[in-house]
Design a binder for this molecule. Sequence first.
Ligand code: ADP
Ligand code: MG
Length: 263
Amino acid sequence: MESTPAVNQLGAPPTASPASAVIRVEDAHKYYELGETRVHALRGVSVEIRRGEFVAIMGASGSGKSTFMNILGCLDRLSSGRYFLEGIDVSEHAKKALALIRNEKIGFVFQGFNLLARTTALENTELPTLYTKIDKTERRKRSADALTMVGLAERAQHYPSQMSGGQQQRVAIARALVNRPSILLADEPTGNLDSRTSVEIMEIFQSLNDKGLTIVLVTHEHDIAQFAKRVLVFRDGKIRKDDPALSRPRASEALKTLPTLED
Ligand code: ADP
Ligand code: MG
């Protein structure tokens, strides 16, 4: 078995085999109760995602993608079925226990960057460490390292208003990485970005995945999904397709053919 320091830096426990399932979902159902009506958002989803995978989730609006991501991210609970995160059955966990697991194991990136406006890039990145036992010096170091990983070391003291959308999303990615999660979950992370900037975000995801990070990404754009290694298609709360990505271009290569925008 091959092991590099870069892999360990991205949170894989040293004892875990690279091929072990990080995520296992069995016959997952999710209902939302809305007054008298009941929405059946997930209708029997079963899937396994292994360490080091890079999965894109596609599907029409309302097909259950975000519901599924919120389950994976321990932001919500299943109505029935089971969810094993790194072998631990978290489907019976109460909200408080889920929150602890989430902070330790999950990095989440959203379409809106959700940064604090009056807070620097470094401080935004540092936020998730405030709920851990890590001491202040180490917190600062980890935050600076995370910003370096997304290519923003020089913007550490900038405020969100002083950064482009792409840079803000990179800060959000650094923040998602700072606690060295087992999985990075991203729900339409390029939804607010232009094409070139979107591919730049995919370049970062590919390089993090190269270092061993497991990534699950929701997108409705084929151009973005092609950068993943595997594509799941949701329809009506079920997985209808599960295929390896066909061409899998390198985002860094694709960028060479895209025009640069002026700053
Ligand atoms: P997608 O992300 O693929 O667009 P969602 O997971 O957001 O789909 O939604 C799946 C279904 O569940 C939709 O019919 C949606 O209206 C419904 N839904 C999602 N979130 C809620 C909620 N909090 N309360 C009630 N219904 C919801
Ligand atoms: Mg959604």
